[in-house]
Design a protein around this ligand. Structure first.
Ligand SMILES: Nc1ncnc2c1ncn2[C@@H]1O[C@H](COP(=O)(O)OP(=O)(O)OP(=O)(O)O)[C@@H](O)[C@H]1O
Length: 246
């Protein structure tokens, strides 16, 4: 059974249909990216999966159970890290545990341990504005993970970072995704990023999105030296660009 099943979702805003009978799935431990032009309905889809928006029709299943209109079952992180500026890194990371009813002392101990496990002990007592953009995003990703490890929705989380930092954090995310056994659905405008991170890329396009091309990225092909310069990488890129231009 897939981890996430999205079935026959339709959504309109003020009589304008954005999504029309759209269905797709994400398997456990996969990273699946959604790419598509601005305004096509990517964030709308995420908001429906997160239970924050009510579709006109359709169902969303997580591990076989409906999560339609039921927020709190998946983790959701946006481009901006939204760390609370007046709280330390440790207090920020502890926040999801407090929201789940954990006692403050216990939450801080757990947050501290997680930060240590991930090698962030030095910044435990720092405030977000004392950190680099890349470090803030890593802390925010850890906090997102603590909300719910079930399914992580990431809406362009790395788009504001410079190329070097972005590349580092992508590799870091691949590592923690594997180590923590996560399942991730990812929105990005960056085709290279989608290929680098994903097992599968869905290309959304047109008005009233009712289907999309699905491009499988073979993980074996990523094992070559300099994958980003390889013929396989360029071939995936061509497929995605052709799909967007079709
Ligand atoms: N609450 C709303 N009320 C009315 N229209 C909305 C609302 N939210 C989104 N829309 C419209 O729905 C369409 C899809 O928006 P959405 O934000 O899902 O697109 P997107 O693909 O995520 O775009 P981007 O890549 O720019 O973030 C857009 O035309 C947008 O203006």
């Amino acid at each position: 059974m897939p981890k996430l099943v999205v079935e026959h979702i339709s959504k309109s805003f003020e009589y304008k249909k954005i999504l029309n009978d759209l269905s797709f799935y994400v398997d456990e431990h996969e990273i699946v990216s959604i790419v598509g032009p601005s305004g096509v309905g990517k964030s709308t889809l995420f908001n429906i999966i997160a239970g924050l928006l009510d579709p006109i029709q359709g169902e969303v299943y997580l591990d076989g159970e409906s999560i339609l209109n039921r927020p709190g079952n998946v983790s959701y992180m946006l481009q901006k890290d939204l760390l609370l500026p007046y709280k330390t890194v440790e207090q920020n990371v502890a926040l999801p545990l407090l929201l789940k009813g954990c006692k403050k002392k216990q939450a801080l101990i757990q947050a501290g341990e997680l930060l240590k496990d991930f090698g962030f002990e030095m910044v435990r007592k720092s405030y977000p504005d004392e950190l680099s953009g890349g470090m803030r995003q890593r802390i925010a990703l850890l906090r997102t993970y603590l909300f719910s490890a079930n399914l992580i929705l990431l809406d362009e989380p790395f788009s504001a970072l410079d190329t070097f930092t972005k590349s580092e954090i992508q590799s870091w995310y691949l590592k923690i995704h594997r180590n923590l056994g996560l399942t991730t659905l990812f929105i990005t405008h960056d085709i290279d990023e989608a290929i680098k991170l994903s097992d599968r890329v869905y290309v959304l396009k047109g008005s009233q999105v009712d289907s999309f091309d699905s491009i499988e990225i073979d993980n074996e092909s990523k094992k070559v030296d300099n994958f980003l310069l390889s013929a396989a990488f360029l071939d995936y890129k061509k497929q995605i660009i052709n799909s967007l231009e079709k």
